[in-house]
Design a binder for this molecule. Sequence first.
Ligand code: ZN
Length: 154
Amino acid sequence: MTHYIDLSSCDYFGPADGRLLAVGWLELGRPLERGRVTGEFFEAFARLAANAWQPFVHAGRHACQWCVFSGGPAEVRVGDLTVAVGATNVFVPAEQAMYVAPSLLLHYMDAHEYAPPEVFQRAVIACPTMRSMDYLKALRAHGIDRLGRQSGQQ
Ligand SMILES: [Zn+2]
């Protein structure tokens, strides 16, 4: 997986004017922010990841680099939800920017004690329901809905 330092500009999906910020694009050998996240945040992110809007269809699944032999799970269970991880990204709108985090973040937090930046955690908890009208409006406000068309299929 492509590596980005947390809260750095993410150009993976095409040009985004520096308003698309990466969270949780981790790589083995780079420092990992460790800590405990709240159940409220973990569940809120799981609900977004369960039905995540995508700019284009992604080919293949990313493995967890810390799970040396298994590559990590293909899904994470959170209460009544079973969330597929590794193949999708979650776009989270905030006031000034849009965050994008891999669904594998669920596994990183669950198994490897990764703690994403506070500002991202607040945005996730405040995020409108995935694919709701408010959510899609926020994507449009940040120009994110055009990303897939700008960069084409990969
Ligand atoms: Zn792992």
